[in-house]
Structure formats: C-alpha cells, structure tokens
Ligand binder design. Structure first.
Ligand code: ZN
Length: 408
C-alpha cells in the first residue's frame, strides 16, 4: 500500500478515531505485523499535540507460549508494576489506540479453559481501574493486515498479495482509500446521527426480530436509553470514534428481557478460535440453550464466564446491504464482521447510553437494566430477509427493518 494513503489513514486514527488533544498522552497497543504503520500513528499523534506516545507491542505466538508454559496461578497474577500501570491510566487517562492484526486462529490448540480462567481471575483485579476510567478517555479500535490473517481471508493468494488485498479491504471499508478520509467521516457521522435521532424519537419499548432462517426473538429496551452510532463524547466533552470502521446504530437492551431464538449468520472468532453455525435460545433474558456445528463447548464456556455473560449488552442495527457485507469478504475479525450486518452482544452493556448517566453510579446503571459482565462478545444475526418491528412505549408498532435493511 502506498505510504501517502497509509499516512492519511494514520492521521484519521489520530484525529478522528482518538481526536488527540494538545497535551494528552497516548497508549498504542499493536501487534508486530506493521511497525512502519504504527510509527506513522505515533507521528500523527505527536502532530496532533500529544505530550507522550507509548507503544505496547504484542505478539500472538508469544502469548500462546505463555498460556502453554505458565501455571494458571502465574498467569492470573498481576505484578505490582502492572497494577501501577493501570493506576497511571486512571490518573492520566491516556487515549488508547488498539491496532488489530492478529491471526483469527492464532490461539487455536491452546488450552481454552486456561485462557478463560486467566481472564476470570484477572478481571476483579483490573475492574476497579477500568470502572474509574469508564467514559473518561478517548479510544479507538482499528486494523492493519497481518500475514496469517491475510492468508486466512484470501487463502488463494500468495502471502504478499493477500496482505495487499487485506489492506485494500480494510482501507476501503474504513472510508480511507478514496477522497479525504477526515471529510468522509464527518459526512458518515452525520448520516448515522440522522438515523439514531429518528429511532430515539420513537421511544421504543421492544424489538421483535424475524427471519426465514428461524430467528424469532424479542428483546426489551430501557426507558431513557439512547441509540447511538459513529462518534461518542467523553465525560470531559471530547468527541471520538471508538471503531473504525463503524456502520452500526446500537443500543443496550434491558438485561433480563429477551425471549426466543436467534441464528448466527457468520462464524464467531472468540479467544482465538472459531465458533461456527450456531444459535442461541433466550428465556427470561438469559441464553439458556446454545447449539453449534463447531466449538459448541467454547460457546457454552463463554456464556458461563460470569453472571452477566448469558445476558445481552447490545443490539446493533446495520443494513445487510452495508459496505462491509458488499465486499463479500468474511474478515474473521469482529471489528469488520460486526459491521457487516445486525448483531447482538452477550455481556457488558454501555452505561453511557443512559440519559443522565454522568450522575449515576455503576450500580444504579445496573438497576436500570444495563448488563454487567467481564465479556462483551458480538455475534452476527443479520440476514437478507431480516425484519425488525419495534413497539413504542405508547403501544404503536413501527417497522424498523424490512428485508435486511432500514424501513425508514
Ligand atoms: Zn456493536
């Protein structure tokens, strides 16, 4: 990929993704796949006025070795300096840029049970820091191609061509291949806003999903919980775009109100392994039964991670005719696949969607129906014939989705 295009993409991540403010610190978390591009991101963050930019490098094969060789006890221990680093984040609220490029199968064969338990054990140690930072800092998840990932997406191409093809797919769906990326995103954010303003004005009480594939499912919505899409605003008023790309209009449904069955329409990459052709049945708001052609055990493990892992944290609406779906590419990466069509997420909800959330404690958000969990896992349920009908608080029925796309 030519360096001018990449520099503009790096600028997009720094200025539109993070919206780095003068004097802010930045933490970039990246794999080793594209160090030149990460360097461009560092440069663009400084250009935007960052005081200090740190890079945390990760490498999946090393992570795998840790899981294979360390005991669960060692894996679960956070050293004093690691906790200090979290304390620094709470104190300085650095912008966080996650640049993903990992192999979707990179941890396949590793002990999934050990990985889950490590996360379960670490979670309570990290939670106080995460809660203290919640909604206070700018962050962005974006992607660059890794070799193994590119080969997984384009198995027929030689490695170098596969990487180039994945660059193209990433940049085009991120609106960063043509024109001026920053202007493209200003327009895109406005279009998303028009949609969620309409949905918010409806004051919906529930959504009912149906599709020929068997999906027949109703979910309750929280009074005063907004739909949102594209950019968000931190508590201190900084606008940022947490996902690049992003096509979704989403809300957090009411934990405990979900009935019926949903069929996934794309495989789910979870903890470095793929769960394929699966369905989830909900009763009283909980996933009570699941089935899958591949890795059903992993799916069962996922919804048993903690009390909130079997309840919903997100409903996202994306037309089946989305730029990502139209590429015809299955990315095996949630950032892209979740933006291809409608999805749900099991686990944590978004407290910042509640009206007046800045004056609510985490417990008060939970009482209003925002789900709490250590996981937040998206899975795709969009199909070309998906219909969604909303019921408003005053009892009217409104068509939201027809034949996989917006009905308004
Ligand atoms: Zn989502």
């Amino acid at each position: 990929m030519n360096s001018q295009t990449l520099q503009k993409y790096a600028e997009l991540l720094a200025r539109c993704g993070l919206n780095v403010q003068k004097g802010q610190e930045v933490l970039i978390i990246a794999d080793l796949d594209q160090p030149e591009f990460v360097t461009m991101c560092v440069e663009e963050c400084y250009r935007a006025g960052a005081k200090k930019v740190l890079v945390d490098w990760i490498h999946q094969p090393v992570t795998k070795l840790h899981y294979e060789n360390q005991t669960l006890e060692t894996l679960s221990t956070l050293e004093k300096w690691q906790l200090e680093k979290w304390a620094w984040q709470v104190d300085q609220l650095p912008c966080k840029l996650y640049i993903e490029s990992e192999d979707p199968d990179g941890l396949a064969g590793a002990d999934q049970d050990k990985i889950s338990k490590t996360r379960q054990n670490q979670f309570p140690l990290i939670k106080p820091y995460r809660d203290a930072m919640e909604n206070k800092y700018q962050w962005c998840i974006a992607a660059v191609p890794g070799k193994a990932w590119a080969k997984k997406v384009f198995p027929a191409l030689p490695e170098a061509e596969a990487v180039e093809a994945l660059w193209k797919a990433i940049l085009s769906t991120s609106r960063a291949l043509e024109g001026e990326p920053l202007e493209n995103w200003a327009e895109h954010n406005q279009n998303l806003k028009r949609r969620y303003d309409y949905l918010n004005a409806l004051k919906l009480k529930s959504l009912h999903y149906t599709s020929k594939n068997g999906t027949d499912f109703t979910v309750g919505l929280i009074d005063g919980c907004k739909f949102l899409g594209g950019g968000e605003v931190t508590l201190n008023g900084n606008f940022f775009n947490p996902n690049i790309p992003s096509e979704e209009i989403f809300t957090t449904p009411k934990a405990g109100e979900a009935e019926g069955i949903v069929y996934a329409t794309k495989p789910l990459s979870y903890q470095g392994a793929l769960i394929e052709n699966f369905w989830v049945r909900f009763e009283g708001g909980r996933a009570v039964e699941v089935g899958a052609e591949k890795n059903v055990e992993l799916l069962r493990q996922m919804i048993a991670m903690d009390d909130g892992a079997s309840k919903l944290g997100e409903c996202a609406l994306i037309p089946f005719d989305s730029p990502i779906n139209n590429t015809g590419i299955l990315f095996f990466n949630t950032l892209f696949d979740e933006n291809a069509s409608c999805h749900l997420a099991l686990g944590r909800g978004f407290s910042n969607l509640l009206e007046g959330f800045e004056n609510l404690t985490m417990d008060e958000c939970s009482e209003r129906g925002i789900n709490n969990s250590m996981i937040h896992v998206d899975f795709m349920i969009g199909s070309p014939d998906l219909c969604i009908t909303g019921t408003t608080r005053d009892g009217r029925e409104v068509e939201i989705f027809r034949d996989g796309g917006w009905a308004f």
